[in-house]
Design a protein around this ligand. Structure first.
Ligand code: ADE
Length: 215
């Protein structure tokens, strides 16, 4: 899977992509991450990527031309690849594990358009039409689409064969069993003892599975 990220703040991604599972997925070429900065596609002297909103109001809106030119560069010419464009927006379709699984199966390339400021010009979505979808990580507003794109990249990458290795089934299981324990078997805190449920130490996998279904 190749993730193409259109953002004016590519550095925001550095630390997250440089560690742990995502870093290993990149090193083993299970995923590739490419950046396209709309500033590099501007046609004005000051590399301005935003402007004031028509009709008034606070904040600035990202302009069409640099974003669409960045998108064209990301999209390239290949007919073989299966592209999807996601416009990060708090008002979009809600992102879920099911969405991540489907996307990981269906597409070879995902383009993220990260809006900043108050948003992006509505014509960007109109120009891209059916190829693009507005997607949200939840019913709250974060400062820009970058954080939301990182959440989606992480969640989709986990669904790609080989990224988690054998850990996949275990990781997925955690969704059904929220309570996990590790050593020591007893933790003392402010005079109270917190014990690992004995069934988990029993070695009886039938009983353990039953317990996990309910916790
Ligand atoms: N940009 C700002 N808030 C967002 C959200 N909740 N989901 C996706 N993109 C966003």
């Amino acid at each position: 899977m190749t993730f193409h990220i259109i953002t004016i703040f590519p550095k925001l991604f550095d630390s997250y992509l440089a560690d742990s599972i995502i870093q290993r997925a990149i090193a083993s070429k299970k995923i590739t991450v490419k950046f396209y900065n709309p500033r590099d596609f501007t046609k004005n002297k000051h590399k301005k990527v935003d402007d004031i909103p028509y009709g008034g109001g606070p904040g600035m809106i990202m302009t069409v031309q640099p974003v669409i030119d960045a998108w064209k560069k990301a999209r390239g010419r290949s007919e073989k690849k299966k592209f999807k464009t996601i416009i990060l927006s708090p008002g979009g379709t809600e992102f879920t594990t099911t969405y991540a699984k489907r996307s990981a199966k269906k597409y070879t390339d995902i383009i993220f358009i990260c809006g900043r400021y108050e948003g992006i010009d509505a014509r960007i979505k109109k120009i891209l039409g059916k190829q693009a979808e507005e997607v949200s990580i939840g019913n709250y507003v974060v400062t820009g689409g970058e954080l939301a794109a990182m959440v989606m990249i992480d969640s989709m990458s986990r669904q790609i064969q080989g990224v988690l290795g054998n850990a996949l089934s275990l990781e997925e299981e955690r969704i059904s069993s929220r309570e996990m324990y590790t050593r020591p078997p007893v933790v003392e805190f402010q005079g109270k003892h917190y014990r690992v449920p004995t069934v988990l130490q029993s070695g009886n996998h039938k009983l353990i599975d039953e317990w996990r279904e309910n916790h």
